[in-house]
Design a protein around this ligand. Structure first.
Ligand code: NAP
Length: 161
């Protein structure tokens, strides 16, 4: 099983503020949907709260410490390791945030789909620091800012070396 993450973050690695995304970038959301559709997504409880709904056409796994937590049609687990065990037989599974869960999942990741947003925005949740020497970039695509996208951004796919 390939464990991946799909995340957008800004110049300071900020990825969220006030339990919301710091930007609205429709083509990044489309990229996220294209990558994750039909697969399992794993998220922290706060990311689920920030979305306010389960993602359709995907199996949703939510990580919480709360043993009584229940969401209809979602799988609830209490650690990243248990989330991974839930999808052992799948080809590729996606960690979709937020910062707390990414920090715990980083050692297990094989692939990262990162959108580097050229924005300096206030943030209270961050992508964890990672050792660039442990990763190679296998794909890179620039998206310029336009009337729907206030910032330039670049889609990069990293694989563990
Ligand atoms: N830019 C992006 O691509 C992107 C993607 C996703 C999310 N976000 C943003 O990220 C922010 C949310 O991220 P966050 O870091 O605050 O929270 P998070 O990682 O989504 O969720 C944190 C929660 O996970 C659970 N958790 C954490 N460590 C755990 C452990 N060791 N064992 C069991 N459960 C554990 C806890 O849930 P309980 O409190 O229920 O126990 C904790 O409150 C929001 O602003 C959201 O918009 C951005």
């Amino acid at each position: 099983m390939i464990l991946s993450c799909v995340i957008a973050f800004g110049k300071n690695r900020g990825l969220g503020f006030g339990n919301k995304l710091p930007w609205h970038l429709p083509d990044d959301l489309k990229n996220f949907k294209d990558i994750t559709r039909g697969h399992t997504v794993i998220m922290g409880r706060k990311t689920y709260d920030s979305m306010g709904k389960l993602l359709p056409e995907r199996k949703n796994i939510i990580i919480t410490r709360d043993k009584s937590y229940k969401i209809p049609n979602a799988t609830i687990v209490h650690s990243v390791e248990d989330a991974i065990k839930e999808c052992k037989k799948e080809k590729e599974v996606f960690i979709i945030g937020g910062g707390e869960i990414l920090k715990l999942a980083l050692p297990y990741l094989n692939r990262m789909y990162l959108t580097h947003v050229e924005a300096e925005v206030p943030a209270d949740s961050f992508f964890p620091e990672f050792n660039i020497n442990e990763w190679k970039i296998i794909s890179e695509k620039f998206h310029p800012k336009d009337e729907k996208h206030p910032y330039n951004f670049t889609f990069k796919i990293y694989e563990k070396v």
